[in-house]
Design a protein. Sequence first.
Length: 133
Amino acid sequence: GHRYFVEGHEGPIREAAELIGRDVVFDLTHHSWQSLEGASLVLAPRLESRSAMNLVEKPTVKLANAAQAGIPALATDDAAAVGLFPDLVWLEPAGWGDPVELARSMELAIERGPSAVKFSESDWLNRMRKVLK
């Protein structure tokens, strides 16, 4: 994902990963989807953004990719993402700055496993239309 979604929070994210004995990879390229191979958890925070699209629609793409790849995900509690993936673990933006709270949420997300929600591109577009109405 883009650097500004984690800027200023890399430290707590690294600390949380260390607390649960995991490595963290920040792939800040436009090909970050390629980093999913071998991942045990996808982080999809929306801690701040310069556009409404990035806060509302974009998180669902990352979560859909994680679900399709069979990888658990932890995300902020964005309305669109929660509406489309109600079975995921959510952490409010303030919790992403607390390594202990973040580590607990990471462990819970890994324990819970990937979202059972799987759908095609047309299903995703139809669901997004409903969420955005």
